[in-house]
Design a protein. Structure first.
Length: 154
């Protein structure tokens, strides 16, 4: 599989992996001037690129960079971005500042990472009933916090 990236801006930087086995390829800000993200604010950061995958049975997922999140409180506003295989517009990353300090994004800064995953396209059908399972309709938190759940019932 190939990802064909087009630079929409001359100063755009194509995604690249830090090491050959890196799951994610770094995505870099494409800016004409530094951008300040105030505390508790979200700013859309352009990448200056668009993409055409050679296969359509995939999705391009945009994840936060762990160093930006853990050191500076900079993460993605949407947790994980999904770029559909048929999208051809410019890519943007919604960076959110969860810290108490301003953060400055500079041109070329590695601000997110791209991971490509296969996608299934099931036919969506309606049914009158779904089968029963041991879990049933027990939802959020129903399996507890630990495999030692009995210890926490005291």
């Amino acid at each position: 599989m190939n990802l064909l990236f087009q630079k929409l801006k001359e100063n755009a930087i194509l995604p690249q992996r830090a090491t050959p086995q890196s799951a994610g390829a770094d995505l870099c800000a494409c800016l004409d001037a530094p951008v300040i993200i105030p505390p508790d604010e979200t700013v859309m950061i352009p990448l200056g690129i668009c993409c055409q995958p050679s296969e359509y049975e995939c999705a391009m997922l945009v994840f936060p960079r762990s160093g930006l999140a853990s050191r500076y409180g900079i993460t993605l506003a949407n947790a994980v971005g999904v770029v559909d295989a048929d999208y051809r517009g410019e890519w943007f990353v919604p960076l959110h500042n969860i810290s108490k300090q301003e953060f400055t994004v500079m041109h070329g800064m590695r601000i997110a990472q791209l991971v490509v995953v296969p996608v299934l396209f099931p036919e969506i059908l309606e049914t009158a009933n779904v089968d029963t399972t041991e879990r049933g309709s027990n939802g959020f938190g129903s399996s507890g916090l630990s495999s030692f759940q009995e210890e926490y019932k005291q």
